[in-house]
Write a protein of this length. Structure first.
Length: 74
């Protein structure tokens, strides 16, 4: 959809965001364990984030972009 011109930028953003999320998840889990003495709160936060992600992705309808769909129709 974005073409090879922006592939490196998109890959970099995806890689950076996954690394940042991994760090925050590991550090946050350890921090909550130090504060609470167990991982219960971290599990509930993880469940909430997973449900939130599912709800955000639910309305997405995958269909070809107009510039790619036009030749197939003609």
């Amino acid at each position: 959809m974005f073409g090879p011109r922006h592939l490196a930028m998109l890959f970099g953003i995806a890689l950076f965001s996954h690394q940042l999320g991994s760090f925050l998840g590991g550090w946050g889990g350890g921090r909550l364990f130090d504060l609470a003495g167990n991982y219960t709160l971290m599990w509930w936060i993880s469940i909430g984030l997973g449900l939130g992600a599912a709800l955000l992705n639910w309305p997405i309808r995958e269909r070809p972009v107009p510039r790619l769909a036009a030749p197939a129709a003609g």
